[in-house]
Design a protein around this ligand. Structure first.
Ligand SMILES: C[S@@+](CC[C@H](N)C(=O)[O-])C[C@H]1O[C@@H](n2cnc3c(N)ncnc32)[C@H](O)[C@@H]1O
Length: 302
């Protein structure tokens, strides 16, 4: 069967994943980066396409670049999360597509043609880049990749000068960290982020000896990150689904466990998300510090 690449984590039972398939999603810590693979190095690929257009076209272009001619590529996605656009996008690269609908997904199967169209365009459009207006590194697909999120903006305006050892949970490209590091009294700052693309961007954006950037899951945090003086975070929320609420709540519980007694957690939350009760449950004191434009900022003391 050869070297088969797998991008993303398909729902259980959706398809047969070949044993030994190599994970290439940036959201799986430790996975291979498609961009590091040579042309034609892989024999096939299964791609759970991400919903954003630039990100999706980039991933498909990388898969087409890295799979050898005649190798099989299956690109699939839920119908309502870009699945219905896959066929056209693949045809735009010069592929002949066999499309199938199953379990609310669209599956597009192609044999990698020997010549491809528009590949460079998609690779360039989805590549890491430095934005002209902010001078910051980012990449399509990372959280709020080309604009300041309103929740982040409100937290940036509200944060006081912090001091000591701290962490930034779900740090993205490092916007909160940049602000925190303006304080000379901050001695160490550990950023934890699940998305490899954001991790790499943050490493470029934060050239500071006090910083460590960890590519990992906040819910499986290294034991040594403990006894902290402060934590800042804008927890992941996406569309506010059940799973995402649980994720934000797990961030809060983890923060409470990693602060020293008296340490503080500053967090921003979309107003409709039920974080207040979890905060009350795990922290000694919880204060609302700002409430604006649909977002709330809390300061919670362990
Ligand atoms: C709402 S964004 C905030 C990003 C950044 N702090 C900001 O304010 O611009 C949440 C971030 O958490 C990351 N994330 C999601 N799940 C995670 C997890 N389990 N562990 C670590 N980071 C995670 C996402 O990739 C995303 O960058």
């Amino acid at each position: 069967m050869g070297r088969i690449l797998l991008y993303g984590r398909p729902a259980p039972g959706l398809m047969v994943i070949p044993a030994g398939a190599e994970q290439v999603s940036p959201l799986v810590p430790g996975s291979t980066d498609l961009a590091d693979l040579a042309e034609g190095e892989a024999d096939g690929a299964l791609i759970l396409a991400p919903p954003g257009t630039l990100e999706r076209d980039y991933v498909m272009a990388q898969a087409l670049r890295t799979v050898r001619p005649q190798g099989e590529i299956i690109v699939f996605a839920p119908k309502d999360k870009g699945g219905t656009r896959l066929r056209k996008a693949l045809e735009g690269f010069g592929c002949e597509v066999f499309e199938e609908a199953r379990r609310h997904h669209r599956f597009c199967q192609v044999e990698r043609p020997s010549t491809l169209d528009r590949l460079d365009l998609a690779l360039r459009a989805g590549a890491p880049r430095r934005l002209d207006d902010t001078g910051l590194w980012t990449q399509p697909g990372v959280f709020s990749w080309d604009r300041l999120d309103r929740g982040t903006g409100l937290l940036l305006r509200t944060l006081p000068e912090l001091k000591g050892r701290g962490a930034d949970f779900g740090a993205g490209i490092g916007l909160l960290a940049l602000q925190v590091l303006k304080s000379a009294q901050v001695t160490e700052l550990t950023l934890v982020e699940l998305d490899r693309r954001a991790v790499r961007a943050a490493q470029h954006n934060l050239d500071d000896p006090r910083v460590e950037v960890i590519w990992g899951d906040v819910r499986q945090l290294d034991e040594r990150i403990t006894g902290l003086d402060f934590i800042v975070m804008n927890p992941p929320f996406h569309d506010g689904g059940q799973e995402d609420r649980a994720l934000g709540q797990a961030f809060i519980r983890t923060a409470a466990g990693r602060l020293r007694k008296g340490g503080v957690c500053w967090l921003t939350a979309n107003r409709h998300l039920p974080y207040e009760s979890v905060l009350q449950e795990h922290f000694r004191r919880v204060d609302l510090r700002a409430d604006d434009g649909g977002y709330k900022i809390y300061e919670a003391q362990a």
